[in-house]
Design a protein around this ligand. Sequence first.
Ligand SMILES: Cc1ncc(C[n+]2csc(CCOP(=O)(O)OP(=O)(O)O)c2C)c(N)n1
Ligand SMILES: [Mg+2]
Length: 334
Amino acid sequence: MDTSNEDISRDHVRKVFRAMLTARVLENKLGSLYKAGKIAGGVYLGKGQEAVSASLAACLIKGRDVYAPLIRDQAGRTAFGEELIDCTRTYLGSVEGPMRGRDGNIHRGRPRDGMPAMISHLGSAISLVSGMLLAKRLRGEMQGVLGGTCVGDGCTSTGSFHEGLNTAAVEKLPLVLTVANNQYAYSTPNDRQFVCDDLVDKAQGYGVRGHSVDGTDMLACIRVMKNAADRARAGEGPQLVVASMLRLTGHGEHDDGSYVDGELRESELGRDSIDVGRDQMIRNNFSDEAEITGWEAEAAKTVQAAVAQAQKESEPDPYQDDWRAFATPNIQGR
Ligand SMILES: Cc1ncc(C[n+]2csc(CCOP(=O)(O)OP(=O)(O)O)c2C)c(N)n1
Ligand SMILES: [Mg+2]
């Protein structure tokens, strides 16, 4: 195993890679459904960012920890334990979904499982996770708890980022804040976004520990994220992890991403973390070609079943709906 962290288990690595693979199969399907006009609203994918996403969420324990996924975190959602049916029901507007068919695509969550619904891509999750962690502290439930969320490079220029990270640092909260630096905020490149040499330099200004990682390198992401998670859980306060890569798709499926620099695409940043991960799995004997092919086939079957199920379910009925928030039981008790 080419990672120096002895306490990273084989099961942990396999879990991360399978979540990445499943997310990619699901996202390919979502992209096709969007292009076929079967999805109302936007589709926002995390292609290329799976390693970062899954390796953070794999460090979190559903039911105990707090995880606030953003639009590119399908792999993280899967690693955290979100059922695929929650995703397909939300995208396809099923009343059986966690948002009861009333909220579009990525704004879904299950707060009782420690996974709040996404508010905005631009930093609101940082304060949200911090607030949930503070609540746990006040209730005396903080022992060993961890919170995690992931934002983009563009988010680091917002007031929400500053306020959220600063407060988390002052309160010394057990938070892993990941920045997926995919080099663009929609079409705005890094050099129009910030002038520090490296986003990880910002950690020092907040008095938190910073970590850098190549976001296309699955094993490196697993190692760095586990280290950051262990430190936060142990009481060292917030950890800022900056991972670099490209998104291998548009900002959303409506966007062809043609503004992305061709040289960047050809660089190491343009590698596909799934290809890198597959190679690492085989080279380090975590799995083999046949097993991975089997995982892909299984993912395709599960995704197909989740889409078919959601497609045959009803939309919400405005005359029946009680219009309360999803966290409040509705008339059907969902
Ligand atoms: C306050 C606010 N302004 C603008 C938007 C529209 N918007 C959503 S994501 C995004 C770009 C985010 O870029 P980045 O943080 O780098 O994340 P990435 O999309 O690259 O993952 C923008 C401009 C928004 N959701 N909220
Ligand atoms: Mg970005």
